[in-house]
Every structure is written in C-alpha cells, then in structure tokens.
Design a protein around this ligand. Structure first.
Ligand SMILES: Cc1cc2nc3c(=O)[nH]c(=O)nc-3n(C[C@H](O)[C@H](O)[C@H](O)COP(=O)(O)OP(=O)(O)OC[C@H]3O[C@@H](n4cnc5c(N)ncnc54)[C@H](O)[C@@H]3O)c2cc1C
Length: 340
C-alpha cells in the first residue's frame, strides 16, 4: 500500500503542472497514467505540432511542452506509474483507497482527476482468438523493437504509426504492410518511402485486405487475410502489429459515484472539488460555467485544486500564501540557492 498526500490520475499537461503546484506547497503525490509515456494528448496526439497559446512561450511543440513540464517538476521526485489505470476507488474514513489495473494500491486523503478525455486505449482486432496472443505476438504498441530482428512482421493499418513502424522495422525484419484500403492516410513522405522500400523488396504491401483469422497453438504461426473480393491469403508470420488509432473512454471513472455532465465532471471553481469530498477534477475532464478546454485553464485549475488538497492532507496546519520569487521554504523545496 502506497501512502501519499495526493494521487493524481493522468499525466497530461494539467496533471504535470499540478504536481508542481503540490510540490511547492509541500505535498507529496503519486501519478498514475494509462499510457506508457508522460504527456497525455500533447504527446500521444500531436507531439510535433506547434502550440501558440501557452503563456510566455510564443511557440512550442506538444513534445517540448511535455519535456519542459517534466523538467519543472524534477525537484519534487514524484513517482509515475505508467501503463496502469486507476480502476477502483473506495472511501475509508478520511482516506480514499485506490486500486489500479496492475494491482497497485494507494491510500490518500486526496485524489485529483486530471484524466482528460478518459484513458486512451488502442483499437484492437475483433477477430476470434487474438486475445490469446495479445501482448506477446499480437501488439498494439512497441516497447522493445529488438525482438523483431530477422522475423516476419505483419503490420496492419494505414496511418502514420503503421507506415513509420513499417519503415523503421524494414531495416532488420521482413515486413508485410496490410491495409484495408488502397490509399494510405499518413504523411506523403512516409507513403513515398514505403513505396520505395516496396520496390527494393524490403516491404510487401497488401492493400484491400483485412485480418480474417489467426492460427497457432502457443505462438502465432500464420494469419489469414481477406481481400475485398473475398479471397483469403495465408501469411506465415511471427508478429502481428495493429495500428488502428486510439479510442478514448471515460472507463472506470464512470463508476466512482461522481456527478457527471455529458462525460465531464462538474466542479466548483473555488478549489475544483467534485461532489465527493477529497476528489478534485481539473483539465479537460472537468466542467463549470465558462470552462475553456485549453492547457492554460488546466494550469490554473491545478493550482487551486492543489491548495484545496492541503486542508485534508494537513488538517492541523494553515497554508500560507507565498511567492516563488521570495519564499525561502519554496526555494528549499525546489532545491535552489538564493543569496538574500
Ligand atoms: C490536435 C490537438 C491540438 C491541440 N492544440 C491545443 C492548443 O494549441 N492549445 C491548447 O491549449 N490546447 C490544445 N489542445 C487541447 C489540449 O491538448 C488539452 O486541453 C490538454 O491535453 C488537456 O490536458 P489534460 O491533462 O486535462 O488531459 P490529457 O492531455 O487528455 O491527459 C489525460 C491523461 O489521463 C490519463 N487517464 C485518463 N483516465 C485514466 C485512468 N482511469 N487511469 C490512469 N490514467 C488515466 C490518459 O491516459 C491521459 O494521458 C489540442 C488538442 C488536440 C487533440
């Protein structure tokens, strides 16, 4: 059981800045995110795209913003629990008991939900028998590309992820790129590259095909793919990678006894607490009159929610308002030295 002052659900920009705000007022937190990386929508949906409305940063990409936020919270050494989803929460006197999909347990007086549009999950194959191989030979994301060396890899999908991985893995593996349409919808440069690699015999492109069956006992041995004209082709393969995009689901948040308004959590604007004492909601997931779904709003909401947590985490202490420029205690929490 991990005891902490605050559990933050979601490591998007809002959750990350909130870690900073908790840190400067001296509260410890743990962060859980369903994704395998930190950054939420910024890193998953638009890492290379420029953002122009972060205060005092004229332009930065989703990835740069994430890296800066990570840098800014370094002094607070928050633990991140990635590829894990908060499933259950239960009240226990003045605390909340939390369980994740990987079986981790937390005890805390405060939960800050910074869950954005819910947890991102890969769209999976609907073909019977795929679950048996999932996480081994059937994969929806890649953590260790060295396992593919000298193997046959069937990649299904027509967007950037499918194209980029086909290009990258073709250096050391035999690639079959399978797509249900004739046209790919990724970046033109990647489409051109894939076609060039096809000419060089490094990638085999199979269009108008969809996954029809998977065969194998302990490991995958082959797959059947079905053409638009109903012909079925058998491919001997070691791995099957599916890149059909992500679905966003509120998922378990729906079952936590929170008031909901069209998949959003209503909060007060004083400290962003929900209808449940000690549960706060900030960022895209919360709603209140005038809510703007912008990163800058999430930062403000996180600052107030962090202060809202203080009274439950330190019931016998009063929080003093202090500026980061002049507060010695904040400087010591940040690990900065000031001569004054
Ligand atoms: C293409 C695009 C461009 C954009 N451009 C701009 C822009 O220019 N300026 C701007 O201000 N905003 C922009 N936005 C919006 C901005 O990205 C969002 O407002 C912002 O990401 C919201 O941050 P968040 O931290 O609230 O949520 P998110 O970024 O959605 O992060 C939430 C995280 O919570 C996790 N999570 C959810 N439920 C659980 C659970 N039960 N357990 C564990 N983890 C969970 C998710 O996996 C996710 O990582 C853009 C959005 C898109 C899609």
């Amino acid at each position: 059981m991990i005891n902490t002052d605050v559990l933050v659900i979601g490591a998007g920009p809002t959750g990350l800045f909130c870690v900073h705000q908790l840190g400067i007022i001296g509260l410890k937190c743990e962060v859980v995110d369903n994704l395998d990386k930190i950054g939420g929508q910024c890193i998953e949906l638009y890492p290379d795209k420029p953002i122009y409305d972060i205060p005092a940063i004229p332009e930065c990409s989703g990835e740069e913003l994430t890296n800066n936020l990570i840098e800014q919270i370094k002094p607070f050494k928050a633990n991140f629990h990635l590829s894990d989803r908060v499933e259950e929460i239960k009240k226990d006197k003045n605390n909340w008991l939390i369980k994740t999909s990987k079986g981790k347990e937390f005890k805390t007086p405060n939960i800050i939900i910074a869950g954005g549009v819910g947890s991102f999950e890969p769209r999976k194959f609907s073909v019977k028998g795929c679950e048996k191989f999932e996480g081994n030979e059937i994969l929806y994301s890649i953590k260790d590309k060295t396992i593919f060396k000298d193997k046959v890899i069937s990649i299904l999908g027509g967007g950037d992820a499918a194209l980029d991985w086909a290009i990258e893995l073709s250096a050391n593996s035999n690639i079959k790129l399978i797509h249900r349409r004739d046209e790919f919808r990724g970046a033109q440069a990647s489409i051109n590259k894939v076609k060039e690699l096809e000419k060089q015999g490094k990638i085999e492109i199979l269009t108008k095909y969809q996954l029809h069956s998977v065969e194998g006992d302990k490991k995958i041995e082959s797959i059947g793919i079905k053409h638009d004209d109903d012909n079925i082709k058998k491919i001997e393969t070691n791995y099957v990678l599916g890149f059909f995009g992500l679905i966003m689901q509120l998922g378990p948040i729906l079952n936590w006894g929170l008031n909901l308004d069209k998949k959003h959590i209503p909060v007060n604007t004083e400290n962003f607490e929900t209808n449940q004492k000690g549960i706060f909601a900030i960022g895209d997931i919360c709603t209140y009159p005038g809510k703007l779904k912008l990163i800058l709003s999430g930062f403000h909401e996180g600052a107030l929610a962090a202060r809202g947590c203080y009274k439950y985490a330190r019931p016998d202490e009063k929080l003093r308002f202090e500026f980061t420029t002049t507060s010695k205690i904040i400087h010591s929490r940040l690990g900065v030295k000031k001569d004054d």
